[in-house]
Design a protein around this ligand. Structure first.
Ligand code: SF4
Length: 380
């Protein structure tokens, strides 16, 4: 039975719940260290975020409740973990959020919750908050709503009428890995059904096509390999119209002792590097026209912790280099280690007028251009 503290005022509850929301990313909130978050004077945590369409801003991100009847072995909010529990009433969240919003401290709201019993009753609190903001307060700004595992089709549809962005945490690739994380949740019905329904209802031409779907994976909790994560991510982008995928390194000590992540050969620092490498791959898939089959893995199916995946690909494809910088296509140039989209645009612009004779023609020498130079030739 959860030990719910009822004597707290709104700010005290918000302080606990916004801090606990760090375990629930799915919006690129920084959680590696507190520098990525801003602690406001009233002890609430505000989160700088990368937006799905680019750019960054600040969100008020909070759980409505950290009471949870689920058993996710990686999560410090799981039912059997002894922690401070409290619940915010929808009107409390609305009041605090509008106060921040009107003072221009935040631009939007991210709401999530622990799951108590029937997921729809927890979803209902989230929906109530968005409903009050949209209908009574005429709030037109950004709302990200978590769709809780096991939510019904009708609760999902209600969320879609109110949100700009929704997310279901997939957490790990595939049912086999998922079973190592939770016995309460049913992978296919509680996680994959909502993801597929949202995809269907938000695709081009569908009733909620303005709503974006994102998701999150915990890295290193269930012994999943990077290859499994990347292939899964590729399928989500290609087949289910996923807008962004976020990765969060599991950090030892937070989960149950039997969790595979508590015993893996990766240190906490390695797991943060894995998370970083997965984000690099994510960029290759979304912005550099790589397919998931081209990403280089070691014999165990993992990414190198030492070199970035684009350089790993280049080292395995000597036949592709040196690439003639004056003739290569945009897609080819994007495969050169050290060249990103901005530098490639600069190359394309420069060579419309002049032949590029040396790397300094496109920018001041730095680490990235020094790396790129060794993969390029400069003939006409
Ligand atoms: S559903 Fe799982 S991940 Fe979410 S709060 Fe409950 S125990 Fe944590």
């Amino acid at each position: 039975m959860a030990n719910i503290i009822n004597s707290l005022d709104t700010q005290q509850k918000l302080s606990i719940l916004s801090q606990d929301s760090q375990y629930d990313l799915a919006c690129a909130c920084g959680t590696k260290n507190d520098d990525h978050r801003v602690r406001s004077k009233d002890d609430t945590w505000l989160y700088p975020v990368s937006l799905p369409n680019g750019g960054t801003s600040v969100l008020l991100k909070t759980l409505v409740s950290n009471v949870c009847s689920n058993d996710c072995a990686y999560c410090p909010l799981r039912a059997d973990f002894d922690t401070r529990r409290c619940v915010l009433e929808p009107e409390e969240v609305v009041k605090v959020f509008l106060d921040y919003y009107r003072r221009k401290v935040v631009f939007g709201l991210f709401i999530s919750s622990g799951v108590t019993g029937n997921p729809d009753s927890s979803m209902d609190r989230i929906i109530q908050i968005a409903n009050i903001l949209r209908k009574r307060e005429q709030f037109k700004g950004y709302i990200h709503m978590k769709v809780l595992p096991g939510s019904s089709d009708s609760a999902i549809e209600q969320a879609l009428t109110l949100a700009n962005n929704v997310s279901v945490n997939i957490e790990t690739p595939g049912e086999k890995n998922f079973k190592k994380l939770s016995q309460c949740k049913d992978y296919l019905n509680d996680i994959i059904r909502p993801v597929k329904l949202i995809s269907q209802l938000t695709q081009k031409g569908a009733p909620y096509s303005r709503v974006k779907q994102t998701t999150q994976f915990v890295v290193g909790a269930s012994e999943e390999t990077d290859q499994e994560l990347v292939q899964y991510a590729g399928a989500l982008y290609n087949r289910l119209n996923m807008q962004r995928i976020y990765f969060s390194a599991y950090q030892r000590g937070l989960g149950k002792p039997h969790l595979p992540g508590e015993h893996s050969h990766y240190s906490n620092k390695d797991l943060l590097t894995r998370e970083h490498r997965l984000y690099q791959v994510d960029w290759l898939l979304r912005k550099y026209s790589f397919s998931d089959h081209e990403i280089p893995f070691d014999t165990q199916g993992n990414l190198s912790l030492v070199i970035d995946p684009k350089e790993g690909w280049a080292q395995r494809h000597p036949e592709f280099f040196p690439l003639n910088i004056n003739r290569a296509s945009k897609e080819q140039l994007l495969r050169v280690p050290g060249l990103g989209p901005i530098m490639v645009s600069r190359v394309l612009k420069f060579r419309k007028q002049n032949r590029i004779k040396e790397i300094q023609d496109i920018g001041k020498m730095n680490k990235r251009l020094t790396k790129a130079q060794s993969y390029l030739s400069f003939g006409s």
